[in-house]
Design a protein around this ligand. Structure first.
Ligand code: MG
Length: 304
């Protein structure tokens, strides 16, 4: 699913921002020492900083930009990359990713190696591509925004001490039996696109949440378009029959699924409530504006 890259470059000053909490526990010292070994051997000007709390990546990325860094690399998952992009957006500084999250939806979209040593080495000679960013009110997203069942999963996962894809699956099953779909109306340009009680109401910049899921099979991060994806409630039997289609790229064959390319929509709910952006939960107003900012950032991709 690799997008169209525009050029290659070699960065002068790089900061790696490591989220020690992302993905599976353990192994992060391995990533830090790998970064230092590979980039040290290449005699590059770089620094490695670990975050100590949620949200700190944005401030660290802003500082890196102010200090003249031309590349800031998130070492973590989609949530960590989201923080770094908030810090570099609006500058000429590129964002990069060494994936070590639970789902790695962004890395899968761009064919960034999930092997962190390979991803780290590839960034020594990267390609640079423009990348769209989605906005849900003031919340930026690179992969997905959601206000349905996926929000409940992200809330429970955020509170869980157990990280990793198995934990996501566990909370997914729990959420399926607990979630009560609420009425949503989606409109664009004064026209109603959807009105109903969806199980999933997701806007995708990338094809999947991560972990091999595919919610918007044709999504690209550099086409200036977001994919509105809706799944209507399914019975348990229909869910079990159709579950493999969420992983094999065949979700469009589920009768209760439809998707629509959008640039800007408004989502109306009966009350304020939770949303998620890139798997991180937030509270939001009952009316949410979602739009794309085309080519909002430059993304550095490991060379092949
Ligand atoms: Mg797109």
């Amino acid at each position: 699913m690799k997008e169209t890259s525009i050029n290659t470059t070699k960065f002068k000053k790089t900061v790696f921002i490591v989220n020690p909490q992302s993905g599976k526990l353990g192994g992060k010292h391995g990533i830090i020492s790998t970064v230092k070994r590979i980039w040290g051997d290449a005699a590059r000007d770089f620094e490695v900083i670990a975050t100590t709390r949620r949200g700190e990546g944005e401030r660290l990325a802003e500082s890196a930009v102010e200090n003249g860094c031309d590349l800031v690399v998130a070492v973590g998952g989609d949530g960590t990359l989201n923080e770094i992009v908030r810090g570099v957006m609006g500058s000429d500084t590129c964002a990069g990713l060494v994936p070590s999250g639970s789902g790695n939806g962004f890395a899968r979209q761009w064919d960034i190696p999930l092997n962190y040593e390979e991803a780290c080495r590839g960034l020594l000679t990267p390609e640079v591509s423009p990348c769209d960013v989605g906005m849900a009110d003031d919340h930026l997203f690179l992969v997905t925004f959601g206000c349905g069942l996926d929000t409940l999963i992200s809330e429970w996962y955020a509170r869980s001490k157990i990280r990793g894809i198995c934990s996501y699956f566990y909370h997914g099953v729990r959420a399926f039996f607990s979630y009560h779909p609420e009425e949503h109306t989606v409109s664009a340009g004064g026209e109603t696109l959807y009105k109903g009680k969806p199980l999933l109401l997701t806007v995708a910049n990338a094809a999947g949440y991560g972990g091999g899921t595919v919610i918007a099979p044709s999504a690209k991060c550099d086409d200036g378009i977001l994919d509105l994806c809706i799944v209507e409630p399914l019975s348990l039997k229909a869910t079990l029959i159709n579950l493999p289609k969420i992983f094999d790229g065949g979700i469009q064959n589920i009768p209760q699924y439809w998707h629509y390319p959008i640039r800007e929509i408004t989502i109306h709910r009966n009350r304020r409530g939770p949303i998620h952006v890139d798997g991180d939960p937030f509270d939001a107003e009952k009316e949410i504006s979602v739009k794309v900012i085309p080519s909002a950032i430059k993304i550095a991709l490991p060379a092949r």
